[in-house]
Design a protein around this ligand. Structure first.
Ligand SMILES: [Zn+2]
Length: 236
């Protein structure tokens, strides 16, 4: 569990450093037992997240281990873990340049960059613009998410899901890169999104785990050099 705690802290601090997380938003990871997950305390500062302060929370949103209060939007994480056995890491964040695609009629968040092939099933938009702080709101979000690997929360933020914290980090980077590229491309002219064949071809040769490790290595070493994370965390 110590490795997972450190990965969540590293991931969170790196996402603050690249302006994706700030004073709110959270990363969680499912424990190997499957019936609980690690998540930060709601009020802990993301840029200074301490692995030892993470809470173990059950799928009923009750704290199982640790002394503190989880984020009010913890039902997002719990309900996704309940509904999607394939998912072992969940991120919720509020990145305005990405959230913008939940605010404009007729401008869906379509894949324009090759790594956005991850979301070839589409990025559904959840209509509830309020905080997802109850079990029933979490269930409604899961219904919107379906089998997709990301969703936009209208006028609010994003949810991205993956099989590990490392893969989640890479996905988040690519998710916001795609949104920003799409917004910029739209200023240049008529956008030509990737089609199903383009995305299938990309995925057929893409080494997802290797790529996630490469991104993690680049961002974590850079973060350690800048003092964003402890260099000792990379050695263990
Ligand atoms: Zn939120």
């Amino acid at each position: 569990m110590d490795v997972m705690r450190r990965e969540i802290a590293i991931c969170t601090r790196m996402l603050v450093d690249v302006d994706i997380l700030e004073y709110s938003g959270h990363i969680s990871a499912r424990l190997p037992s499957g019936d609980a997950f690690l998540i930060q305390q709601g009020d802990d500062v993301r840029s200074n997240l301490d692995p030892s302060r993470l809470l173990v929370v059950g799928l009923d949103c009750e704290v199982v281990e640790g002394d503190g209060i989880p984020p009010s939007e913890t039902p997002i994480h719990a309900e996704i873990y309940k509904a999607r056995p394939d998912i072992r890491a969940v991120a919720h964040f509020h990145h305005d340049p990405t959230t913008m695609f939940s605010m404009v009629k007729g401008r869906p968040l379509v894949p324009v960059k090759n790594h956005a092939s991850r979301w070839s099933d589409g990025v559904p938009v959840h209509s509830d613009a309020s905080h997802i702080s109850t079990i029933s709101q979490g269930q409604e979000l899961v219904h919107t998410l379906g089998e997709s690997n990301a969703a936009l929360l209208r006028g609010h933020g994003e949810v991205v899901v993956a099989e590990s914290v490392m893969a989640l980090f890479a996905d988040i980077v690519h998710f916001v890169e795609n949104a920003q590229a799409l917004a910029h491309a739209g200023l240049l002219g008529v956008v030509e999104p990737l089609n199903t064949d383009d995305m299938e071809k990309f995925r057929s040769t893409f080494k997802r785990e290797k790529h996630a490790r490469k991104l993690w290595s680049y961002y974590s070493v850079t973060a350690a050099n800048k003092g964003v994370i402890s260099p000792e965390w990379l050695d263990e």
